[in-house]
Design a protein around this ligand. Sequence first.
Ligand code: ATP
Length: 453
Amino acid sequence: MSTASDSQRMEKIVSLCKRRGFIFQSSEIYGGLNGLWDYGPLGVELKRNLKNYWWRVMVHERDDVAGMDGSILMNRAVWKASGHEDTFSDPMVDCRSCKARLRADQLVEKKGAKQCPVCGGKDLTEPRSFNLMFKTYVGATEDESSVTYLRPETAQAIFVQFKNILDVSRKKLPFGIAQIGKAFRNEINPRNFTFRSREFEQMELEYFCRAEDGMKLLEYWKEERLKFYENIGIPRSKLHVLTVPDEERAFYSKGTYDIEYDFPFGRQELEGVAYRTDYDLSQHQKASGKSLEYFDEETKQKFIPHVVEPSAGVDRTVLALICEAYSEDQAPDEKGKMETRMVLRFHPRIAPIKCGVFPLLKNNEQLVAKAKEIVDLLRPHMFVFYDEGGAIGRRYRRQDEIGTPFGITVDFETLGEKDSALRDSVTLRERDSMKQERVAIDSLLDVLLPKIY
Ligand code: ATP
């Protein structure tokens, strides 16, 4: 259950996202477009760091996964064979009183009667099926023969390229194919900020295996994925594993887990981990007439592999990271008076900016030159932000508010004016504890790199 303070918290998060350039409404100057969002200068960094870390863990640090990047538009036959054209739909209901268009499973039930969650009206249409795929035309003629769809998931590109990737990567079962990319769903009721959008990104792995290993690998990937979220700063206590009940699972799936997170607006899915059996490859083999079998050199057998799919949403995870990081505490201002400090406590690994670099005074050439030297030293390794404007305390606060984990201040001690032993050392401030330590410029990379990796 989300409470009034949860919804206040969410409002603050949405407003911070706009004010500090994480997320804007798409086409805002024209009144926006429902369910579509743009990422600003900080949002795009956060998103990239998340995707890069996923790629590192799921592809680069493993021997058994290869990557790919498929096109968004594909032959319509793909969507026929996968079942999306016929069945990728949600039941839709209209409220005749307030004209709200709703997903049937979002209606509220009071005393056994279904009600509109917007106005409480009971005059509702019968549910009808609404296909969530965006239809478009390829080429100059707009007729049935040129119809296709914006992909509603990235997975199908992996299935239809299975054979090519198997041939070029020469992997043996079990092995996976990973992809990050855009997906589009014409959601009936986009809501909760970016949580349910009409355009979003997915990070998907299709991990192919022998039938007998499917259930075991489903458990393995669930655990791996939980570890991933912990490694980007989402504590295990806020993550929940829902075992999707038989009646809600796709008919071909032998087991599905939803990994959920406690958002301020309630517990909601971040990722699905599903054992999809051999359904997808079998469908495409049947429809295309091309073999998608695997040849086992040891047993000399040919068969269609089974697959386990961890499918995560980039945008939902970014939102979870922001919600988790958002905090307010008390900290002294320049005069020592306590004030409320807004901090995004991002894990340094995913923080948009890793380090702020500040000369104590902007009108002192030596301080400025030294600070710029430090920027040049760090820049090839991390995204840093140079700021010389305003009192140092205010500069720290600005970085706290956008989640920069480290701040480096170049002061007169750096110039060796007070104590020659301190020459070429700086103050390194840590965002959460606000603790400051003296570090030699030469050691900065050694200190910082392991923390942000
Ligand atoms: P939901 O039940 O919330 O609609 P789903 O079960 O249909 O989600 P999947 O088809 O399993 O979602 O897609 C895998 C992942 O893609 C989801 O866990 C989610 O992170 C992301 N995703 C799906 N739909 C959306 C959306 N409309 N907006 C943002 N992310 C989405």
